[in-house]
Design a protein around this ligand. Structure first.
Ligand SMILES: Nc1ncnc2c1ncn2[C@@H]1O[C@H](COP(=O)(O)OP(=O)(O)O)[C@@H](O)[C@H]1O
Ligand SMILES: [Mg+2]
Length: 307
């Protein structure tokens, strides 16, 4: 397996842990004022103060009638606050399982997993993450505002505050004015934006997205990629994003995790340092193509020991 090394676009002398916005003092101050619990700032587990996901030696095996399926094996990964991390790899390499483990929807069979410095279960109970699925999964009998409101209602948030949050998040995803529409009155791309607004409604630190744009055509996907990038820049969320698309991964990410199947492993971790205010035209630049090439090579090589 390759080690994490940075492809450094700006030519700064940074290694795998550097070259990104991770270590800025602005972030650390922000975490403080956000009232992070003191224990999450400690280094007890060997994690850096701004790491949001810490995975060490994680494995996950499903017991099936046909025998064990090693969905994840020996995964080591640290994701820092404000990172946008894409997971890319062939079908069945464990991308969804890894995301679901972070969300406490699957239980690892070995290793360590900390989310915001606590167990995945505690992070789930703290509502530390929002989850966006491939299909928007909106309730057809609720309006768009009603769908975004649902997690807030479950949390018992008073109506006036709910209305504020709904308006704010609809604006974030450029859906202002569509609050009274029903999901079926919106295009697929707009529905997916609504499901992102729903995932953001309770202001989670982490956004987990499993191929959210996989079912959309390329033009809509391009548009949503740009919007998601702006949203990430504005909100400073930490994003874990599963995709099959190399251009999508390179365009969006500060870090790309290339995975290989049987058993699901991390083959390469690539730091991307493209300028934060990038537009789609960056996809024509040598820097972009260089990273895309490395991802493609990783996918090819990761696959070959399978044959
Ligand atoms: N609940 C489950 N029971 C048994 N096997 C599973 C289950 N979920 C996933 N798998 C298997 O685990 C492997 C990884 O699956 P998955 O995480 O969905 O991959 P990906 O999202 O990369 O396509 C696959 O071989 C899949 O068949
Ligand atoms: Mg999947």
């Amino acid at each position: 397996m390759l080690q994490s090394t940075a492809i450094n676009i700006n030519g700064n002398a940074t290694g795998a842990a550097g070259g990104s916005k991770q270590g800025t003092t602005g972030k650390a101050e922000k975490m403080d004022t956000n009232g992070m619990k003191p224990e999450t700032m400690t280094d007890e587990q060997g994690q850096s103060a701004n790491s949001v996901v810490n995975i060490k030696g994680l494995s996950l095996t499903f017991e099936t009638n046909d025998g064990p399926v090693h969905a994840l094996s020996d995964i080591d990964l640290t994701i820092n606050q404000g990172d946008f991390v894409s997971f890319i790899g062939p079908s069945g390499c464990g991308k969804t399982t890894l995301l679901r483990a972070v969300a406490d929807l699957e239980q690892p069979t070995g290793g360590e997993l900390l989310v915001n410095g606590v167990s995945a279960r505690d992070a789930r109970l703290n509502r530390d993450y929002g989850y966006v699925f491939q299909a928007p999964a909106l309730y057809p009998w609720r309006t768009i505002a009603g769908n975004i409101s649902l997690p807030l209602e479950v949390m018992g948030i008073p109506k006036s505050e709910r209305q504020d949050r709904i308006a704010r998040n609809m604006e974030l995803v450029n859906l202002s004015g569509f609050d009274k529409k029903y999901p079926w009155q919106l295009s697929g791309g707009m529905q997916q934006r609504a499901s992102i607004a729903r995932a953001l409604s309770f202001d989670p630190e982490l956004l987990l997205m499993d191929e959210p744009f996989g079912a959309l055509d390329e033009i809509v996907r391009d548009h949503l990629n740009e919007q998601l990038l702006r949203l990430w820049d504005k909100t400073d969320k930490t994003v874990l994003f599963v995709t099959h698309s190399i251009p999508e991964a390179v365009f969006l990410s500060s870090k790309i995790v290339v995975m290989s199947p049987r058993p699901g492993r991390i083959y390469d971790v690539i730091d991307c340092n493209l300028p934060r205010d990038r537009g789609l035209d960056i996809r024509e630049t040598p820097e972009f193509l260089e990273i895309a090439h490395r991802v493609r090579e990783g996918l090819k090589e990761g696959h070959s020991y399978d044959d």
